[in-house]
Design a protein around this ligand. Sequence first.
Ligand code: AHR
Length: 504
Amino acid sequence: MKNDHLAIRAGAARRVGVVDRRLFGGFVEHLGRHIYDGIYEPTHPTADTEGWRTDVIELVKELGVDTIRYPGGNFVSAFQWEDSVGPVEERPRRLDLAWHSTETNEVGLHEFHSWLEKVGSDLMLAVNLGTRGTKEALELLEYANVPEGTALSEQRRRNGRDAPFEVGMWCLGNEMDGPWQIGHRSAEDYGKLAARTARAMRQLDDRIQLVACGSSSSQMPTFGTWERTVLEHTAGLVDFISCHAYYEERDGDLGSFLASAVDMDHFIETVVAIADEVKARLGSDRTVNISFDEWNVWYNTRFENVDKIEGIDNWPTAPRLLEDVYSVADAVVFGSLLISLLKHADRVTSASLAQLVNVIAPIMTEPGGPAWRQTTFFPFAITSRLARGSAHVLSLDAPTYDTRRHGEVPLVDAVATHDESDGTVAVFLVNRSTAVSVQVAVDVGEFGVSDVHESHVVHDEDVYAKNTLHEPDRVVPRRSDAAVADGTLHVTLPPVSWTAVALR
Ligand code: AHR
């Protein structure tokens, strides 16, 4: 079957909207070896004077990450931000209940901001609405954004930072719909708290953008009603509602796994419909967009069944947690999730890949040793670099296949971007077939491009091939056979592959 070919056409691009750079955001949580022994390792041979691993900084820059969400995640729902500022030697060691670990607070707000300056990313802060509330959110906002002359802004200055951090995006808690969340509550209760907090935060700084918690996945029993209720309370006060989604191959069902982006499409379209319906019904003049601020492939069942830490006397510092090793198939699904985000670029104007280093991450590190790229690194880095300008949905005449989890799904998905400033075009494609190569002819005549500038394909005969400490370059993208003739891009998509082509 592997040598079978299928030919399909793609044409009539529909312009969706401008791609917001924040679509290529990341997420750094105090979790496992993300911070400690990940981005921060003062004894590492590449560490700079502040203790940051410069080999990791270089990889994060290569990845091309925009705004970075911090400090959680589940971690934030019991976090006391005051613990993480001031003299490091005076900071308390705390129990992190979310991940059953010890948080030393050696890296806190100031240090993390300094790291962000080195990687060239902006800060997106989440406030604790689990164990805390409006008062503490306001205090953090004052500490971060007020220039000077008040108790907390002066405290920040005494702590070594004269200029405000100018944090523009704020998350009102994390996954408050999830029973696992510390301080989990009903949509009604969370909606009221989020509205109160949003109103107060805007009173302090009306330049900020606010993200209300949406659903932790489209499979949550409250999915839909949660968004409706929360938005009814927060209409006119928030700019974004969040979506979170993680996918994994279950029970050897590769076909369904490869079609995970179908769920993401449905998730986004459902939330947009609810947000617009609430906006119209309540006569709000603020459109609520989506902040897809956690998305990835995550073998969560492995964590739940094998890796979970327990015991009253067992609170390790920086344990190895959620260190998934990604395969080619994972990278193909990952690339298709990026296609889904781009196809909805008009309404998904912020997204955060969860996460960045060691923890369900595109970048892995070994203490005292190397850092390397996982398979998922490549679709992110390439898409972040090439997807410029506006996004365009292509009409595809792709055949469908049947899946256990998503029903009939198209075999191929694709999206294009067009940068009007320099005329370049990028086309991103995924072939979900485990058996056949697909020859695609994409009509790119309307963009006036005639050359393939670069092309990349992530594919391997072994769909479970991975990059590891001992074989860090086992999987790398290769050039595809992409070529343009008479306004048509011709490219072959091997089975289980993700492809990017840049044209000019
Ligand atoms: O990214 C890992 C965890 O997934 C986050 O802490 C939480 O928000 C989500 O459930």
